[in-house]
Ligand binder design. Structure first.
Ligand SMILES: Cc1ncc(C[n+]2csc(CCOP(=O)(O)OP(=O)(O)O)c2C)c(N)n1
Ligand SMILES: [Mg+2]
Length: 313
């Protein structure tokens, strides 16, 4: 549950305009601080392997996760830290996983992209999770009616045929599948306009699947809009595509941004972080400082841990 926001000087007392509430804002800021910390650690040669940050997209899982139940399954992708953190609020376990330290979620063998915990599973293989999520949705429909499978997918992944096999079966068999599209306008270095013919809405429509476009980053408004639609996924066992128009502020992975600096700057100006910093001059700096201090402490503590050991099985 989120706590009611309290108005401070210079901020509005209108609850509709005071979104996000403190708990949501703190979570978004924690995810942002976590991702910035990863880039910082890489930059200092303290982290190996690859990683894809969700800088700019943090609000998506924060909004969506509140509509889910712990018994719903979540399937995540290569850009999945925010998905994991919104569900488990466990930066230490995730950082330990990425750094291969004791206490790692998957003993350090999964790393940034391949995490399994309870009903959460991520994969770095684009499109792989769609058919798997459809299969799990079929199981849920039969064995746990009312539960759903939620799968996060990027715009570029709509070039994978597996997406359409999953759409076909989900529509045909009436599966409780919630497809959350994070359309950040780019796939690695290719703008969406150069890799996607037609539209994501049109592709959902081709299978008779409902589609909803979300253009705001206001988590309260997003939930208000999506709540009845997600309830329908559960009660009618029917698929739904929710497409977020969002922004990737960082590089594709660590330092491979091919966009002109001006284009990235334009995106930063539309960022939820900038919007909230301007809208909430009272609480924002405090919550941001708390989130950064929390992640600094987590990183120091995790880095001091011994390497993780995988027993194998
Ligand atoms: C099957 C497969 N092909 C290629 C890749 C390499 N790859 C990783 S992410 C990515 C782009 C993904 O774009 P999008 O789906 O828009 O997600 P975003 O990175 O923008 O979040 C590519 C080509 C992969 N991981 N899996
Ligand atoms: Mg993309």
């Amino acid at each position: 549950m989120t706590r009611p926001a309290t108005a401070v000087q210079g901020e509005t007392s209108d609850p509709a305009a005071s979104s996000p509430q403190d708990a949501d804002l703190s979570l978004m800021l924690m995810i942002r601080a976590f991702e910035l910390k990863l880039l910082d650690l890489y930059g200092r040669g303290l982290l190996n392997g690859t990683t894809h940050t969700c800088l700019g997209q943090e609000y998506v899982p924060v909004a969506v996760e509140a509509l889910l139940d712990r018994r719903d399954h979540v399937f995540s992708n290569h850009r999945g830290h925010g998905h994991y953190l919104a569900r488990f609020r466990d930066p230490a376990g995730l950082l330990a996983e990425i750094m291969g330290r004791e206490g790692a979620v998957c003993a350090g063998v999964g790393g940034s992209q391949h995490i399994r915990r309870d009903r959460f599973l991520s994969t770095g293989v684009q499109g792989e999770s769609l058919p798997v999520a459809a299969g799990v949705a079929l199981h849920l429909k039969r064995a746990e009616p009312g539960r759903l499978a939620c799968v996060y997918v990027g715009d570029g992944t709509f070039g994978e045929g597996a997406v359409y096999e999953a759409f076909n079966i989900a529509a045909l068999w009436g599966l409780p599948l919630l497809v959350v599209v994070e359309n950040n306008g780019i796939a690695q270095s290719t703008p969406t306009s150069r890799h996607l013919a037609g539209s994501i809405a049109g592709r959902a429509a081709a299978f008779g699947i409902d589609h909803r476009l979300v253009e705001t980053s206001d988590v309260t408004e997003i939930r208000r809009t999506l709540e009845p639609l997600v309830s329908r996924v559960r009660s009618r066992a029917t698929p739904l595509v929710v497409e977020f128009v969002t922004r990737r502020l960082g590089p594709h992975s660590k330092g491979d941004d091919t966009r002109p600096a001006r284009a990235v700057q334009d995106l930063r100006e539309q960022d939820w972080y900038a919007r909230c910093a301007a809208a909430f001059p009272g609480r924002f700096p405090r919550l941001d400082a708390e989130a950064r201090a929390h992640i600094d402490a987590v990183a120091a503590e995790v880095m001091a841990r011994a390497p993780s050991q995988w027993e194998g099985s």
